[in-house]
Design a protein around this ligand. Sequence first.
Ligand code: NAP
Ligand code: HSE
Length: 434
Amino acid sequence: MQKQVSIGLLGFGVVGSGVVKMIENHREELSQKLGCDVTVKHILVRDKEKQRDLPLHSPKLTTDPAEVLNDPDIDIIVEVMGGIEEARKHIRHALQNKKHVVTANKDLIALHGQELLEVASENHCDLFYEASVGGGIPVLRGLTDGLISDRIQEVMGIVNGTTNYILTKMDEDHVSFDKALGDAQNLGFAEADPTADIEGLDAARKMAILSRLAFSMNVELDDVETSGITDIALKDLEYGNQLGYVMKLIGFAKKENGSIEISVQPTFFDKKHPLAGVKNEYNAVYIKGEAVGETMFYGPGAGSMPTATAVVSDIMAVVKNMLLGITGKSNLIAGLDKEITPDERRFAKFYVRLHVKDKAGVFASISQLFHDKEISFERIIQRPASKNQLAEVILVTHQTSLANFQTTLEQLQEMESLESIQSYYRVEGVEKND
Ligand code: NAP
Ligand code: HSE
């Protein structure tokens, strides 16, 4: 039986240094749980001269990928360097050299996961990526192990810590978007370029990965309709509060009658909904299965040690498979045909904020338009707008199809009494079928 497993690490930043620290600090437990030792042999970095906190039994730092990828002693490559093309090239190289791979790289897995899983299986290697979604929360294993027996109907989650942190700070402490984003960057949650966080792309990548596993379909990034939080006004958060809602950037994936809808969008949640209480950088994924009903996975979605937990657990899963001689057998490649639900069959409630001319009969004409489209209102607020002669109207609709709602907005734009549609957001309630 193998007595030692050697790791080659690609990257020694926030996540990589956490992985090294965890393997050092948990050495005895790992050895006892696995029946063999795990050591990090080489670490690939960009800059060898950088000041770093190195562990006692320091692995060798290198800037030459071949030194790590071609070392015959290395069994598992852990890719925590980020980026797409270079990481993809190194992972393919590692798999072709019969080395197992663990990665935290959601950008890469969202774009090229299927291809890399195929290369892994062809080479009888494992490719695991638990840390790519939800940091330290074992949500991918929740889908692929714990809930594998069920038919998953819905996956809805707060899967980006940075945006959840920003929205919490704007809502509760009334700080500006820029200040909250700066704080998230200083705390290490945000990506080096936070555009992917705030524009919703990071969450879209995670939703593509989650949906692939939940529905066994080859979901691609383009299948995820995506909008971010950059345009959210403090005013909408305030009105949301009055209505008993809280705003979250939500990934939403649903399978109904064989077709799927996937989106990432700012969504108002009833404060009684379990996802409404998820604050700051925390993530949570709510999964609904036909047999199990409602489940929720909650925890830290980013950061050095939480993410390292997922990476080291993946390493341990590989080592167990190595010891059992079954590597390459548990790479789940999504195989079902994919069908995307058309807007006519996607249903939701919506919040809309309008500026209208402040004169008699205006509200009646707006109501008539919604009535003609068979959209009824659940809540209405009317206030004088800050600009002269205008009123601000906030409507919350009952359920309607996305197609019907969009046509209604287009017709609203043409009304003479409408000044502007200021904003509109999906609303998620707590009651069943609301
Ligand atoms: P990071 O702090 O920027 O660290 C990146 C590391 O990779 C650095 O050590 C860097 O070397 C090295 N590196 C980057 N490009 C390289 C290249 N071309 N050649 C050699 N070395 C290179 O990044 P991170 O936050 O640890 O994130 C790593 C991965 O984990 C990313 O895919 C990220 O999306 C994912 N992830 C991060 C978190 C989180 O909370 N941070 C959570 C989940 C997933 P130098 O040190 O020499 O610059
Ligand atoms: N920038 C990401 C987030 C890091 O804020 O969730 C974890 O993937």
